[in-house]
Design a protein around this ligand. Structure first.
Ligand code: PLP
Length: 400
């Protein structure tokens, strides 16, 4: 397959502001005027070139950001949403109705897991959780009621890589949509090019990169994005998870530095992963040569952005993990906080935070240990300083 460079694709998207401004003008209106009643009526039936109806439907700045995101994912079209969960719930509800089934990876973000496990059954939608590392389990779980296969490209929090081409073959054979959450690996992995039908991001994370807002997006075919915004039946139009235009403008600016940030996050994460491994710590990082999925990620990833900035270690016990995290915050390694993709390092214990929605026995079955500490590695100019500080904290916490 021809190489794809998402950074050049975004770079080549030029939008001028109203007065030739280098950034597009920010839309500060919820509603828009029409010169003729005929065009207004038409806009309720389909998109009319150059016309905007109402900001929950579309507005210019959200459109510009969506176009740039479509370029990031090599998609025909995209739509921004007010959160990653807004993107996930809208996609699911656009595709699935009462009586339908979803086959989902079992190691996914806790909020998505809770939505699938606790909320969707109220609407008559059933989700089967499987070990996506074994594509044969996906095949076994699919029935004629299955409408969607759901996976994360790099799973949260165990950082397992989904073999998107293999899962896509199953989805295509059964005419099922493959939806991939690519929050952990923008630019690194391009799921649509590997066979996925829909890509979702929590832009709250790497794409925005400054932990100052919550936002999401959906990238797919023009047909699917148009269906979401249909005034009579579209999930985003009717459920209303619309992104505020001021935020869309700031995210668009941040998107243009994503390639540099991803490179640096990945470079720093690889350095730390190798240092931790030398110390004999159990490290989860797909970019490590010793990782069982090293060959797979090298096959799937785009060149030049590394393997992302997410890594996890096993501190041995929850007590040691807590001690380590408190010490690291005191030593200015970063913040004891959930979320990821921030310019500073963030760390948390998934079993007791972002994955706590997953029942304990299921956490055990998927290999999520009590002492697992997940790191989102920051953009530190000199990562060797953080490495030395973390080693000191590991010694004090009794891990080394
Ligand atoms: N997907 C993943 C992988 C996440 O980590 C998160 C949030 O942590 C979400 C989706 C949900 O995104 P948001 O918090 O923007 O709604």
């Amino acid at each position: 397959m021809k190489k794809f460079d998402p950074s050049t694709s975004i770079h080549d998207y030029l939008v001028f502001g109203e007065f030739g401004d280098v950034n597009p003008s920010i839309t500060d209106s919820s509603t828009f005027t029409f010169l003729s009643t005929k065009t207004m009526e038409e806009s309720f039936q389909h998109e009319t070139e150059g016309c905007f109806l109402y900001s929950r439907h579309w507005n210019p700045i959200n459109k510009f950001l969506s176009n740039a995101l479509a370029r990031l994912e090599d998609a025909e079209a995209a739509q921004v949403t007010s959160s990653g969960m807004g993107a996930i719930s809208s996609t699911v509800l656009q595709i699935c109705s009462a009586g339908d089934e979803i086959v989902s990876e079992r190691t996914i973000y806790g909020g998505t897991y809770a939505f699938f496990k606790n909320f969707l059954p109220r609407l008559g939608i059933t989700v089967k959780f499987v070990d996506m590392q074994k594509p044969e389990m996906v095949e076994l779980a699919v029935t004629e009621k299955t409408k969607m296969i759901y996976a994360e490209s790099i799973s949260n929090p165990l950082l397992e890589i989904t073999d998107i081409p293999a899962i896509s073959r199953i989805a295509k054979a059964h005419n099922i949509k493959l939806v991939v959450d690519n929050t952990f690996s923008p630019m690194v992995i391009s799921p649509l090019r590997l066979g996925a039908d829909i890509v979702i991001h929590s832009m709250t994370k790497y794409i925005n990169g400054s932990s100052d807002c919550v936002a999401g997006c959906i990238c797919s075919s023009a047909e699917f994005i148009n269906s979401l915004t249909d005034v009579n039946s579209g999930a985003t139009m009717l459920l209303g998870p619309v992104l505020d235009s001021l935020r869309a403008a700031s995210i668009l600016k941040n998107l243009h530095t994503l390639h540099i940030r991803m490179r640096k996050h990945s470079e720093n994460a690889l350095y730390l992963a190798e240092e931790f491994e030398k110390l004999g710590i159990k490290v989860y990082y797909p970019g490590l040569k010793s990782n069982k999925q090293f060959a797979l990620i090298n096959e799937l990833m785009n060149e030049g952005f590394g393997c992302s900035g997410m890594l996890a270690i096993d501190a041995g016990s929850y007590e040691k993990a807590c001690k380590l995290m408190e010490l690291m915050q005191n030593e200015k390694v970063g913040y004891l906080a959930v979320s990821l993709g921030y310019f500073k390092t963030l760390f948390s214990c998934p079993g007791h935070s972002t994955s706590s929605e997953i029942p304990e026995e299921e956490q055990k079955a998927m290999g999520l240990t009590e002492g697992l500490v997940r790191f989102s590695i920051g953009l530190d100019g000199d990562i060797t300083i953080a490495a030395e500080r973390i080693k000191k904290c590991m010694k004090t916490a009794g891990i080394l």
